[in-house]
Write a protein that binds this ligand. Structure first.
Ligand SMILES: C[S@@+](CC[C@H](N)C(=O)[O-])C[C@H]1O[C@@H](n2cnc3c(N)ncnc32)[C@H](O)[C@@H]1O
Length: 244
């Protein structure tokens, strides 16, 4: 669960090009001949992608489960009249509105670690899509979680933040446990420590496709992220496009 990490998220994600990320989402709309007016972004986090989508003028609804992440997002997108920001859970959201497109970015779907819950997410998305709507999301691949992130430790020493990210891949359930320890310098140059635990599930592509089919999506496509190429064995981020 994102708590204090929310305050550091944007700084630690400063190498992620959200401007290009939003262009890829729009290219995907074009590829499938969609011209959405209403867009729902699930698990919007601190609103980095939401900001670019808001600028493009969509009637945008964004939600996240973490109020800490949402409060950062609020500062970024509050001034846009075309955006609504909500605190909701992907598993059981009910917005009483349908959308032309529903998206979720940056492996938020891997945070749904129970398969039945993921099916509920997909069914919920289907119920919130207009006829001929499009659902676009990405996941961290099984390969990336097992072989790059899992059972590995990352350390980063930045100007005011020092963090250690220790990961364990549990082969019995394919869940990766992330243990994050942050040391953040305050104005007196004293370091304050806080810890967070996150869990992501490494899904096989076929598992996701099966769940999307059970949720009644009629057409499903997978791409190596930020391209429209087919998947490679070592694809790290996988894009799914599911059509109503
Ligand atoms: C890696 S961050 C990605 C945030 C944002 N999409 C981005 O591109 O920067 C994952 C996000 O998923 C959110 N999240 C995890 N489980 C969720 C759930 N069940 N419902 C809604 N949001 C969830 C977290 O709070 C976090 O903001």
């Amino acid at each position: 669960m994102y708590n204090n990490f929310a305050l550091l998220y944007d700084e630690l994600m400063d190498d992620v090009d959200y401007k290009n990320w939003h262009l890829y989402i729009e290219k995907t709309f074009d590829k499938f001949n969609k011209k959405p007016k209403t867009v729902l972004e699930m698990a919007c986090g601190t609103g980095n992608l939401s900001y670019y989508l808001a600028k493009r003028g969509y009637d945008l609804t964004c939600f996240d489960i973490s109020s800490e992440m949402l409060s950062i997002a609020y500062n970024k997108i509050n001034s846009f009249k075309n955006v609504k920001l909500l605190n909701q859970n992907m598993i059981d959201f009910n917005l009483n509105k349908k959308f032309d497109a529903i998206i979720s970015a940056c492996d938020s779907i891997n945070y749904i670690i129970d398969k039945d819950d993921l099916l509920n997410v997909f069914k919920n998305v289907k119920d919130h899509l207009n006829k001929d709507g499009i659902f676009i999301f990405d996941i961290n691949s099984y390969y990336k979680l097992k072989h790059i992130i899992g059972n590995n430790t990352f350390v980063e020493d930045r100007d005011k933040i020092y963090y250690i990210w220790q990961n364990y891949f549990n082969s019995s359930n394919n869940i990766v446990e992330f243990y994050l320890t942050f040391f953040v310098a305050n104005e007196n140059k004293n370091y304050i420590r806080f810890d967070e635990e996150h869990f992501q599930k490494a899904y096989y592509i076929d598992e996701i496709i099966e769940l999307l089919k059970i949720a009644s999506f009629s057409e499903i496509h997978c791409f190596d992220a930020f391209t429209f190429n087919s998947l490679r064995e070592e694809s790290e981020r996988i894009y799914f496009v599911a059509l109503d």
